[in-house]
Design a binder for this molecule. Structure first.
Ligand code: J2J
Length: 506
């Protein structure tokens, strides 16, 4: 495995191969082995490509990229939901270069550290990120190329990458001040997509709508677009998850399945009441990324006319799905059960979920120190989630121990935001916590100790934007305190801060 990655121990790897989870194939076979005449990809503007046409486009771009990047070099990819995302991803896989999947919402303060950590050789963007491209080119010496238009050349023979090696890097939601990269191998990620597609009932008749950013593990491979390809289905790209954009596409393309975060599901459920579009082809709405409460969950069928599947997943690996034939009660009240028979789930005394398995990482990339804390000696990943497991194996997510805010499915590492806040000249110290919110699940409150005049919310947001912090990480509320409540060992007590917000006494 690539230097800086932690491989599975040989006896587990052997088991995963023996039991058929790892098939020794590359992700690229999702395209090359498909029915060439079938429609694979549809852009929001209606342009469409068969698997054969997509394969040919990928081959030309792979040839073009092979003149620019070498196998195993990292390439940061930051593209919205456009066909070029799919083409760049597969072309890089074909070259054997390793895509690092940034989100479109990321800005300078995320992208630059990401390029540095991965020692990226190139940064692939669309025109809308041109200003960021300039910053990256000037501040990250390893980046030789900022690619705005995918290069094409006559297709060439390229050596096939090793299926047991890293194929791409996903971003962790994170809990620390620096980004963490998740290596995913061809073997493990192909299983992830294929098995997810199966458990979600995807077939060649599936028309999957990519409503979330395609670079997110949920929309990419759980089952997402890779799962739809694995089933020989069709992928439709939505420019954004608004009901306006999405309902029109569902009607036009006869979409059968899609996956969203809870706030988007709520938005669609409200909008459906007044919508003129025909949504009757939609069979399955997957909801995950944050807790979907039982009350809205029980109203999905009556409002949208489709089935619900809850998904509790993580880019680090483990995926839990409610099964399509589960009793309604389990679909509405649980976040599903593990995808794979070989997923090992350990629930500690207090409810903390630990896991290892054939598609769960054994270590973050180049993060030895952090890995020592995030994994047990025997290789279980500490998810930081608090769960309850039912005898059926279904998990109910009840909270978390990690220092992270889950704002409607978007993850904010507390420490990272706090570091940005204390850089403000009037801020002496900062502690951020989630505050309960009906729609988003949580919003972000920043508690500050100040030196001079307390900055207001608007000023703090402007300051963070100026530093290039992604919009979804900006706090929703500021509270100034004289001192922070401390725990017995003298650390800032986030539990006490949360109680302060709720107005409940200690
Ligand atoms: C409560 N918390 C959840 C859920 C994720 C599919 C779906 C989601 C993700 C994802 C993903 C939750 N209820 N249903 O990668 O493939 C929280 C947990 C988890 C963290 C992972 C996929 N579904 N969560 O959300 O890497 O805290 O992946 O550990 O972004 O989201 O975040 P992320």
């Amino acid at each position: 495995m690539l230097d800086g990655c932690v491989p599975w121990p040989e006896e587990l790897a052997e088991r995963y191969r023996r039991e058929g989870y790892w098939q020794g194939k590359t992700l690229d076979t999702l395209i090359t082995e498909a029915d060439r005449s079938k429609v694979a990809l549809v852009a929001a503007d209606g342009r469409r490509w068969t698997y054969g046409e997509l394969d040919a486009w990928i081959a030309r771009v792979a040839a073009g990229l092979s003149e620019v990047v070498r196998p195993r070099e990292r390439v940061v990819l930051q593209l919205p939901n456009v066909p070029e995302f799919v083409v760049a991803l597969f072309a890089l896989l074909r070259v054997g270069a390793l895509p690092v999947l940034a989100l479109p919402a990321h800005r300078e303060s995320e992208i630059v550290p990401l390029c540095r950590l991965s020692e990226a050789a190139a940064y692939v963007i669309t025109g809308e990120f041109a200003a960021l491209g300039k910053i990256v080119r000037e501040s990250v010496p390893s980046v030789r190329e900022v690619i705005e238009i995918l290069p094409e050349a006559e297709p060439v023979e390229l050596p096939e990458p090793d299926p047991a090696d890293v194929a791409l890097f996903l971003l962790s939601g994170g809990t620390t001040g620096t980004p963490k990269l998740i290596p995913r191998t061809h073997n493990d990620y192909l299983y992830n997509a294929r098995a997810s597609a199966e458990v979600s009932g995807f077939t060649e008749d599936t028309v999957y709508l990519v409503a979330l950013p395609a670079a997110h593990n949920f929309a990419l491979a759980s089952p997402g677009l890779l799962g739809a390809f694995a089933a020989g289905g069709t992928v439709v790209l939505a420019p954004d998850p608004s009901a306006d954009s999405v309902f029109e596409l569902i009607e036009r393309e006869k979409v059968t399945a899609t996956g969203v975060v809870p706030p988007v599901a709520l938005l669609w459920m409200d909008a459906a009441e007044f919508a003129d579009e025909d949504l009757s082809t939609l069979e399955l709405l997957q909801v995950g990324g944050a807790k979907f409460n039982a009350d809205p969950a029980s109203r999905v069928r009556e409002t949208l006319g489709c089935g619900l599947q809850q998904v509790f997943g993580m880019a680090e690996g483990l995926l839990n799905f409610t099964r399509l034939d589960d009793p309604e009660e389990l679909i509405v009240t649980t976040q599903g059960r593990p995808l794979c028979p070989a997923d090992e789930v350990r629930v500690l005394e207090g409810g903390e979920l630990l896991t290892r398995g054939p598609y769960t990482l054994r270590g973050y990339y180049r993060a030895e120190e952090h890995n020592a804390r995030s994994f047990t000696e025997d290789g279980f990943y500490r998810s930081g989630d608090l769960v309850r497991q039912l005898p059926s194996g279904h998990l109910i997510v009840e909270g978390r121990v990690k220092d992270q805010i889950n704002r409607g499915g978007e993850k904010i590492p507390a420490e990272e935001l706090e570091n940005h806040l204390v850089a403000h000249p009037d801020v002496h110290d900062a502690a951020v916590v989630g505050m309960a919110d009906e729609v988003m699940g949580e919003r972000t409150c920043a508690f500050l100790l100040v030196k001079g005049t307390a900055p207001g919310l608007r000023e703090v947001k402007a300051f963070l934007r100026e530093r290039g912090v992604a919009e979804f990480k900006l706090p929703d509320r500021i509270e100034v305190l004289d001192e922070f409540p401390l725990t017995k060992v003298g650390k800032v007590s986030k539990a006490a801060l949360t109680r302060l917000l709720a107005g409940t006494p200690e």
